[in-house]
Each structure stands twice: as C-alpha cells, then as structure tokens.
Design a protein around this ligand. Sequence first.
Ligand SMILES: N[C@@H](CCC(=O)N[C@@H](CS)C(=O)NCC(=O)O)C(=O)O
Length: 256
Amino acid sequence: MGIIKPTNKLVESFKNLHLYHTGFSNCAMRVRIALEEKGLSWTSHLINLSKGENLTKEYISINPNAVVPTLIDNGIVIIDSADIIDYLDKKFSFNPLRPRAEKDEELMYEWMYLARDNHLSIKTYMYSNMTSSQNMKRSVETMDEYRKNQTFDTALLAFHERFNSNEGFTKNELNKATTIINNCFSRMDMRLQDHDWLAGDNFSLADIAWIPQLVILKVVNYPFENYPHLEKWKNAIMQRPSFKQGVLDWLPEMKK
Ligand SMILES: N[C@@H](CCC(=O)N[C@@H](CS)C(=O)NCC(=O)O)C(=O)O
C-alpha cells in the first residue's frame, strides 16, 4: 500500500525513522534487514501480536490493516513490508539494494512481490503446523471486535475467520498453501543453482524479501533439504551483519 494518511495525528509529528514491528514476524524482519543494510538508525516500537497489541484502536489508527510492520519517516507513514523496503532504498540511495540493469531490477520486483503476495499461504502453513497455534486462537469477543475494525485487508480477515472457526483449515486449504510454497522454493532453487542471488549479481531487496520466509518456516521443520541451492544462499545471507542485527538480535531464543 505504500504511503498512507493515518487517522493518528501523533505519529505525523515523529522525527526521523520509527518502526512498529514484532521480533518473530517475517514481514518485520525484511524491514529490519533493509534498515541495517542501509546503515540507518531507527527507533523501535515493539508490538506484541500474541497480546493483540496490533488490534487496538490506537494501532489501527496508524496502520488500518492492523498488521506489522509500519514505518514512520519524519511523519510519513508507510505500510506493507515490500513497499517499505522499496521506499527506504529509493529514499536513501547509499548502499543500494537493487541491481543497476533494468531487466534485473524487474526480476528483483518480481521476486519481492512474490514473497509478499504469498504471505497468506505461508501463514496457513505456519498456523497449521505450529504446535502452539491453538493458543493463538482469538476469543469470540476479540473476533467480533476485529471484524468491526478490519475493514481494509479482507483477505487477512478471511484468513482469521477460517483459523478461528471450529473446523480450522481444511486439508485442501493446507495442500493448496503447501503447493504454492513448494513451487516458489523450486523456482528459487533453480535460479540459485547458477546464481549467487535472486536478481542481478548482488544481494538485493529480492533476497531480503525471501530470507525471513526460510527463518520462520524452519521453526515448523519445513523440508528445506529438498532445495540444496537454497542452503548455500541462506548461509551467505546469515554471514551478513544485517542478519544478526535485523533477525537474530530480535529473536533471543534462536541465537542459542
Ligand atoms: N503484506 C503485509 C502483511 C503484514 C502482515 O500480515 N504482518 C503480520 C506479521 S508477519 C501481522 O501483523 N499479523 C497480524 C494478524 O494477522 O492479525 C506486509 O508485507 O507488511
């Protein structure tokens, strides 16, 4: 969605960069990695998703989708992780995170949007496989309130309706999500067979968009052994200081 006009006027007075985010959120990881790669300093506002802090009226007045991340740049509010990292790279031209050749840049956008647009498939896979997911079910009252407030992201609302229903996701829904994810990783593995990075010759927003998906899917033992070239790519990214600063430092339980 990019730049939006929030109903919350307070954030419009914020100076410099502020990020509303969550440690274990793939979308927020993207933005933190991009901020670290650019060498930008920023103020952290942690949102606890399991306590429903994203569902409060106050947060919805900043981000109408009731999701993290949200970036504020000197009062300008930007939502959606792909749009945020693109905004950051365009606004701060140093340490560029995009290929120079136009056709490689197009490929970068293709990969980046693919990661963003498959978010609900990954979420379906995660919620279906996480042992703790039953604790993530919302109460009837919370869902009633959410239904009233979630007027923007109808696909996300439908996801939560299904997850919080008595039946949960059907086998078909899980199979569909798994096939989408498998197809993405097969394509990535094929590209990485003879390339170091997803687009162009250097690390770019495409790689930043995808690495968090591997981080979270690892938690539910997604079978990455089926994609040998992804492993080499993942290891190279994990060596970058931005991975430590943007991912591991926010996930103390994963550092062990
Ligand atoms: N397309 C959005 C998706 C954002 C999103 O769904 N964020 C998740 C965390 S990764 C969230 O806040 N979920 C809260 C919820 O599902 O209610 C983006 O890339 O920023």
